[in-house]
Design a protein around this ligand. Structure first.
Ligand code: PLP
Length: 394
């Protein structure tokens, strides 16, 4: 067992982490996948920045934020990714950045094909469909077999690359929003590269809970947000473009502030949430002090394993996400096998057990219930879920 895995079980320590969050009285929240909580100190800093920027208005923003602070924040962000600031541009969310990458990808020729799978997030799927329609390009949509394995996920792409030799660009989701399945990004990106296929990575759910390095993954284009697992204020995201491939992404429409050689010209134009960005250095500091994505991810996996370990032995429950440690993170989905309406079971989990979860639609075999613990949850919360699943499925 690694140090992080052992540390993840230290309930005393994680209770002290949970105490850094203000939590509204109410149900036990097991739907932390929508967005994460900020710690109390981050909320306080954010409030201070809102008040300050409101007082100082454009004076501080023009004199310091635009010229100094935003550059420093961008450098810190690049540092977190193990890359250079020239490869990173700030956006307002993951969708914003991913749409910009997809919309402005200019290396398509007539006859090329695009690839998506059934694991893509709807806003990415919609953007890829838009690109295909607008450029008169064929979109290939593939489905992954269920249950997924490391080999099946890679092979499904490998087969698509061989079957459709005119593929030029694909979307790839690092962590899927429906079941928390973690894609073998490195192996898929390596196979894509061999076939001349460019990959745009949707890293929305990966940043902050998976320890990765984009260069090592072989990823050249990616979009992220900071509100899920980094615990930053809402409305912050960014894109990554390998500097050697910047020319393949056109500047975003309406963007006229930056030279064409500057990646910031690839991000959508608009006034950013400046107080939120000013809060980010503290978010990074707290993230690092906690042990970064490796420590946070290990804790979330531990919480996930508590209920999944119990649910695997329940005949009435189907856990959709594999147990291969390479393929899962804190998010995992389940179905009640004999229940046609999963929403009814979500309602019962809430009414009878005080547990808040959410139905996700669109998996090949019907709806599922997504369970996403957060850093404010205790091991006992997940044991409570395991008891509830045992009773409701019995
Ligand atoms: C896999 C995935 N991609 C993209 C997004 C969109 O993120 P944002 O709301 O920052 O645009 C989400 C949000 O839940 C997601 O789960």
């Amino acid at each position: 067992m690694s140090w992080n895995e052992e540390h993840a079980r230290d309930e005393h320590f994680w209770r002290s982490v949970a105490a850094r969050y203000d939590v509204e009285p109410g149900p036990i929240n097991l739907e932390n996948g929508y967005f994460g909580r900020m710690t109390r100190s981050v909320v306080e800093a954010y409030e201070r920045h809102i008040e300050f920027i409101n007082r100082s208005n454009s004076v501080h923003v023009r004199q310091r934020f635009e010229t100094l602070e935003s550059l420093e924040i961008r450098a810190q962000l690049a540092d977190l990714l193990g890359t250079h600031h020239e490869a990173v541009a700030l956006t307002r969310c993951a969708s914003d950045g991913l749409h910009s990458l997809i919309r402005n990808y200019n290396a398509l020729q007539p006859g090329d094909q695009l690839l998506v799978s059934d694991q893509e997030y709807p806003s990415v799927l919609g953007a890829m469909r838009w690109l295909a329609r607008n450029r008169g390009i064929e979109l290939i949509e593939i489905s992954h077999p269920f249950p997924a394995s490391f080999a099946s996920l890679v092979n499904t792409y490998q087969e698509a690359f061989e079957r459709y030799p005119r593929l030029k660009l694909m979307a790839l989701t690092y962590v899927t929003h429906r079941s928390g399945l973690v894609m073998p990004v490195q192996a898929i990106a390596a196979a894509a590269r061999k076939h001349g296929v460019d990959v745009i990575l949707d890293g929305a759910h990966a940043l902050g809970q998976i320890d990765f390095n984009l260069e090592a993954l072989g990823i050249l284009f990616a979009g992220f947000n900071l509100q899920k697992w980094m615990g930053a204020p809402l409305s912050l995201g960014f894109i990554y473009i390998d500097p050697t491939r910047l020319e393949e992404i056109d500047p975003d429409m309406g963007e006229d502030r930056y030279p064409i050689s500057d990646i910031r010209s690839r991000a959508p134009y608009g006034t950013p949430n400046i107080p939120a960005w000013m809060t980010l250095p503290l978010v990074f500091e707290e993230h690092r002090a906690l042990g970064g994505s490796a420590a946070k991810g290990a804790r979330l996996n531990y919480l996930r394993d508590i209920w999944v370990g119990a649910a695997r032995g329940m005949p009435g429950i189907e856990v959709l996400t594999p147990d291969d440690p390479r393929l899962y993170c804190g998010i995992t989905s389940l179905r009640f096998r004999h229940e046609p309406d999963q929403q009814r079971m979500v309602d019962r989990l809430l009414a009878e057990y005080n547990l808040f979860t959410v139905v996700r639609e669109g998996t090949a075999h019907g709806n599922c219930i997504r369970v996403t613990p957060g850093l404010a949850n205790s091991a006992e919360d997940l044991k409570q879920l395991a008891r509830a699943l045992g009773e409701l499925s019995g």
